[in-house]
Design a protein around this ligand. Sequence first.
Ligand SMILES: [Fe+2]
Ligand SMILES: [Fe+2]
Length: 184
Amino acid sequence: METSIQAISELYQKKGDLHYDGEGVSQLAHAWQCGQLAKESGVSPQLQLAAWLHDIGHLLSSKEGTPTSYGYDDHHEQIGGAYLAQLFSEEVSCPVLMHVNAKRYLVSTDPEYRKLLSPDSIRSLALQGGEMTLEECNQFVTMTFAQDAILLRKWDELGKNSELKIPAKEVVIACLTQLAQECI
Ligand SMILES: [Fe+2]
Ligand SMILES: [Fe+2]
């Protein structure tokens, strides 16, 4: 699918209400919450957009339901990263591409982080390669955008608050569209 801001906005319009088993929020609510956490942290618009769109690969998949409950990894970070790289710079696409490995890195290096993982994130961890070896950790952390991916990953765990009220779908999608336009 060709990447455009209109295509992204239509994707969230059509599939943003999707829930994954083990997560308390819809894809759109998760995207909004992660985007807000990034904005509050004062990071660049590009990293804010990466936070918004890090799970777009799930929406691009034609498979229905929750991949991890069927025991497979949908490689959503690769699908999403490649999709976004068609339109945006690496500042947007690379943290998206790296957000799964950032989870593997954090689980391997920060015992407190594991406690933050949602049931679906725990279920997917093994399918995604599990903990990293020391060598893999050292390799990951020196990569360009590793720190951005780590920041994004922390918002990812925090952005699953089912108690939090989010604005109407049209408002959320309008915010997303405006930010995406800034990042082109
Ligand atoms: Fe993800
Ligand atoms: Fe996520």
